[in-house]
Design a protein around this ligand. Structure first.
Ligand SMILES: [Zn+2]
Length: 423
């Protein structure tokens, strides 16, 4: 008999965590934070976990694993996930301290947690007492995986975050060899299809060239893990790095080094490696002023995808007031963030009280690393599970209804109804 308890990301995005419990073991799939809440929302508490199988490094999946720093819990993940998680956990701690949020862990707890990691590789089966598991490429970010778990004669597939189609950096997700009994799937984009990738890429490059032709500065606030590297790859593919200076500022530099180290996992690695090598890495804060003072056309990539905090906030305040410049957002903008407010009102509103009308161009390009609506349906129909649990998305009851209408048994767990027992 197994029990599945859903601990977070229930009809919302953030604080992912799923507990799989058999008679002998407690296994946790992810344990993240809802980072945009203050203090960040955590998953429901669980104790005495034997194993954490970590799908990927994003903080909404990894941000609360420090909770187990003093336990004997072993954490399994790809090596790249371990390295990126280490960077993200430390950065998150810094950010929370700046925001004066009381977070019950310190650097030492992070070090202890990181020492609990065990490396896995894609498609390798790990046999443990009473269960086995396998990590499968989920094509989301570097190291991201689906997790296939066989326990008490049940086969469970957890997708984590995934993408069916390939991107510049990923190859499209792999499929499990056998159909799962239970599928636990993310539903971020269940409600819409994303723009066609090639078209979007060309539009993005055309817009960039227009701004550069006017000697403008382009700020590309991009998620530090995955999106920044993909943006660099696109710029490399169209030789933009040979025409103008591309600056990288913030955590994106450190994360890109991990991408460089694990280049074999990257699809269009040649373009990424070249653009990264040619980019100018901002090492000191004082350099920022010099960059802004230069009149040459230029591109600045920094790792706060929604224009909140970090170097992005510095640069945006310097460039917003000139119509030759541009702020090109490259990821989904969460409600109430500076990026979302810019798109909705045309104003630059930051947490320190800054509130001005934006004269520069601004636009959103939806380069997503998640499966969209058509990819989700295609995936579910292909793997053909007996039952689907949908997590990590909003208004999922409508998705549940659509799946049920198509003859697929689907359930959206909620905080009120989050425990399922399978005979
Ligand atoms: Zn993710």
């Amino acid at each position: 008999m197994i029990k599945i308890k859903f601990l977070g990301a229930l009809n919302e995005i953030g604080n992912s965590g799923i507990l799989i419990e058999s008679n002998s073991e407690k296994i946790l799939l992810d344990y993240g934070l809802k980072v945009f809440e203050n203090p960040p929302k955590t998953p429901l508490k669980v104790e005495n976990v034997n194993y954490i199988l970590l799908s990927h490094s994003h903080l909404d999946h990894s941000g609360y694993i420090t909770y187990f720093s003093k336990n004997k819990t072993k954490i399994y993940a790809l090596r790249a996930s371990k390295e990126i998680t280490n960077i993200l956990l430390r950065d998150n701690l810094k950010v929370l301290r700046q925001k004066k949020v009381n977070f019950p862990f310190n650097e030492n707890d992070i070090s202890k947690t990181i020492s609990k990691f065990r490396n896995v590789s894609y498609e390798k089966v790990f046999e443990k007492r009473g269960f086995s598991f396998k990590f499968i490429d989920s094509s989301h970010i570097l190291g991201a995986s689906m997790i296939e778990l066989e326990i008490d004669n049940k086969r469970i597939l957890y997708t984590g975050d995934f993408k069916l189609k390939k991107t510049n950096l990923t190859f499209g997700c792999s499929f499990p060899e056998k159909n799962p009994d239970i599928l636990i799937i993310e539903g971020t984009y269940w409600y819409k299809n994303l723009p066609e990738r090639d078209k979007l890429e060309k539009e993005f490059i055309n817009d960039i060239k227009e701004v550069l032709d006017k000697d403008g500065t382009i700020l590309l606030p991009s998620l530090a893990v995955g999106r920044s590297q993909e943006i660099l790859t696109i710029l490399g593919k169209y030789n933009i790095h040979k025409e103008v200076d591309i600056y990288l500022d913030g955590m994106v530099i450190e994360i890109s080094k991990v991408y460089q180290k694990f280049e074999n996992y990257l699809n269009e690695r040649k373009y990424f490696l070249e653009a990264f090598k040619n980019s100018i890495k901002v090492k000191r804060k004082a350099q920022r002023k010099e960059i802004i003072m230069k009149n040459d056309p230029k591109i600045i990539i920094c790792g706060s995808g929604m224009l909140e905090g970090g170097p992005a906030e510095y640069y945006v305040k310097k460039i917003y007031n000139n119509e030759n410049n541009a702020i090109f957002l490259t990821c989904y903008q969460v409600e109430n963030t500076t990026g979302r407010i810019l798109l909705e009102t045309g104003r630059l509103v930051t947490k320190d009280g800054f509130n001005k009308k934006v004269k520069s161009r601004y636009k959103l390009y939806e380069f997503s690393a998640h499966a969209d609506r058509s990819e989700l349906f295609e995936f579910i129909e292909k793997v053909n599970p007996n039952i689907v649990f949908v997590v990590h998305g909003e208004n999922l009851e409508k998705f549940e209804k659509e799946l049920n209408e198509r003859g697929i048994q689907a359930i959206v767990p909620t905080y009120e109804n989050n425990l399922f027992i399978s005979p």
